[in-house]
Structures are given as C-alpha cells and as structure tokens.
Design a protein around this ligand. Structure first.
Ligand SMILES: [Zn+2]
Length: 60
C-alpha cells in the first residue's frame, strides 16, 4: 500500500517522498479517508434533499 505525502498531496512509494524528500514512514493515513467520509456524507445529504424535492414536486 502506498503512503501519502501531505506536503505534495500525492502518493509515495517507499518511505521517502521522491519529490520533496520528506520521510513519510510513520505518517498515519487518516486525513484522506476522513475527507472521503465528509464528501460521502455531504453527497448523501444532497441526494436525500433532491429526492425530497422531487417527491414533493410530484405530489402537487
Ligand atoms: Zn513530498
């Protein structure tokens, strides 16, 4: 599994980023999944709102 360089915002193969030279050996990868969770929650809320609007539009 590739690690993530937070400085360059790109995946890194190995323990050191080949672009900025920063060590990524002990960095947790929590930031990206948290971003995705937030994105999924926002998308679900948006979809529920659109479906609610569609249903209320159809029932009139
Ligand atoms: Zn980097």
């Amino acid at each position: 599994m590739a690690k993530w360089c937070t400085t360059c915002d790109r995946p890194v193969e190995g323990d050191t980023c080949e672009v900025c030279g920063q060590s990524v050996a002990d960095q947790p990868r929590e930031r990206v999944p948290l971003k995705w969770k937030f994105f999924i929650v926002v998308t679900v809320i948006y979809l529920i709102w659109r479906i609610y609007q569609l249903i209320s539009w159809l029932s009139h």
